[in-house]
Write a protein that binds this ligand. Structure first.
Ligand SMILES: [Zn+2]
Length: 169
């Protein structure tokens, strides 16, 4: 499916990390064996260097780092795991209400996936601070799925199945 509308920060500041997003974070951290870890979800602030409210303030965005710090946080092949999750999340985008992923690593300026174009675009100029070589993914979900923890959980049961298929296949 293509062309789901992108919300951005249009729904305004929330009171905290929303229940559906919490499920997504817990599931990704667990299914990735802590290769991806929560480096920040809810915070009320503007986008870095901009006047617009960050989507982190809506309680629908998380930064998932794949930085290897010490036992329990990250793995040495973190980038490969992050790429696997970029594929998994975009393949299941409609089920989890995925609206955006920013991948800060690729040169020269990173890349981003968005629901309204249903695909990745490589940034051709400086769009986000942290790119290139930022070792985390910024992930946003829709207001609907941010408030539907049961639906999110069900979607991740399917993701877990495709993940085990990828490992054994
Ligand atoms: Zn972020």
């Amino acid at each position: 499916m293509t062309g789901r509308r992108y919300t951005g920060s249009a729904d305004g500041a929330a009171k905290g990390c929303r229940a559906g997003l919490k499920v997504l974070i817990d599931e990704i951290v667990s299914l990735s064996g802590n290769s991806l870890w929560n480096n920040g979800d809810f915070v009320v602030r503007n986008m870095r260097g901009k006047e617009t409210l960050s989507v982190h303030a809506t309680g629908r965005a998380v930064d998932l780092s794949y930085r290897f710090i010490r036992a329990g946080k990250g793995k040495k092949d973190g980038r490969a795991v992050a790429l696997q999750w970029c594929r998994l999340l975009t393949e299941h985008a409609d089920a989890i209400g995925l609206e955006m992923i920013i991948d800060y690593w690729p040169e020269p300026y990173g890349r981003a996936w968005r629901c309204d174009r249903d695909g990745w675009v490589k940034y051709e100029r400086k769009m986000v601070s942290g790119a290139p070589h930022g070792d985390w993914l910024h992930v946003e979900v829709s207001p609907k799925m941010a408030d539907d923890p049961a639906g999110m959980k069900a979607a991740f049961e399917k993701i877990a199945i495709s993940l085990s298929g990828q490992i054994s296949g």
